[in-house]
Ligand binder design. Structure first.
Ligand code: 13P
Length: 272
């Protein structure tokens, strides 16, 4: 099944899917071994900086080989594609899904760029996600003025034809300074106004009960990145304080296990 159909199906069932970012072999192993054990589908995400770090073709090969190796249902998605050029390169390299993020542009320009991404992806049968409203990036404060308005969502989805829409309802990327509050009534109004599956970015650090509420009220895809990195690196730092071991194959697996445990817990809440 392609991701467009999977998202539509989940959206109709008021269910959701976890979209987890990976950064290297260990975080990919952590995610997919958790997915295998929980027997859930997964969206594997790569940001532009991770693509630059791993290399585009290497990253696609890793993800494809790993999905097959673990024997799980999953799709490869470009997270926050900042340009149509990157979107095109990812489509050519074999991504199942791309996000074009022109959310910092005025609405008309966001519509033009996102519509163009839909046209490009059409040739590849790929899924397209775009962002409307403004979701704070790492270390930025979220503010109500950027929240997505239902009438804008109607126009945006009608004029672009995107398959999934990332909305701004109070979440933000990175660590939260205080427990985040999502505007659930606003989510409900957006859900009533559009049929397009809705995406929640900034899933790290949102309490489970709020994630569940978001899913019940119309969120279909939830992105988690920061907590995976944090689980891995915290454990790695801890170990390095008491070992002189230089064999990374001995040191890394404990960090991978922490990231895996985190993904398992997210799968149980999100991909239920
Ligand atoms: P977090 O920083 O909350 O993990 O957000 C991930 C995300 O939305 C990636 O697009």
């Amino acid at each position: 099944m392609n991701l467009q159909d999977k998202l539509k199906q989940l959206s109709q069932q008021k269910k959701a899917i976890l979209a987890a970012n990976f950064y290297n072999l260990e975080t990919l192993q952590a995610i997919l071994s958790a997915v295998k054990e929980e027997n859930k589908p997964i969206i594997l995400q790569l940001s532009e900086s991770s693509i630059n770090y791993i290399g585009l073709n290497m990253a696609v090969s890793m993800a494809r080989t790993a999905l097959e190796y673990y024997g799980v249902e999953g799709w490869l998605h470009l997270d926050h594609g900042g340009s149509l050029d990157l979107v095109q390169r990812c489509l050519e390299a074999g991504f199942d899904s791309v996000m074009i993020d022109a959310s910092e542009q005025p609405m008309d320009e966001n519509i033009r760029i996102s519509g163009e991404a839909v046209r490009l992806a059409g040739k590849y049968g790929a899924n397209v996600e775009a962002e409307l409203g403004y979701i704070a990036k790492l270390n930025q404060a979220q503010n109500h003025s950027g929240f997505t308005q239902p009438e804008d969502a109607v126009r945006f989805t009608r004029e672009t034809g995107v398959d999934a829409l990332a909305i701004s309802i109070g979440s933000a990327h990175g660590f939260y300074k205080e427990v985040p509050k999502l505007d659930i009534p606003l989510l409900g109004r957006i859900r009533e106004a559009v049929d397009t599956p809705l995406v929640l970015h900034g899933g790290s650090g949102i309490p489970d009960a709020i994630l569940e509420q978001a899913i019940q009220n119309g969120i279909t895809k939830i992105n988690v990145a920061t907590e995976t990195k944090n689980a891995f690196m915290k454990q790695l730092k801890k170990e390095l304080t008491y070992t002189d071991e230089i064999d990374l194959r001995i040191v890394f697996p404990k960090a991978t296990a922490q990231a895996k445990a985190l993904i398992r817990s997210k799968l149980r809440i999100i991909s239920n």
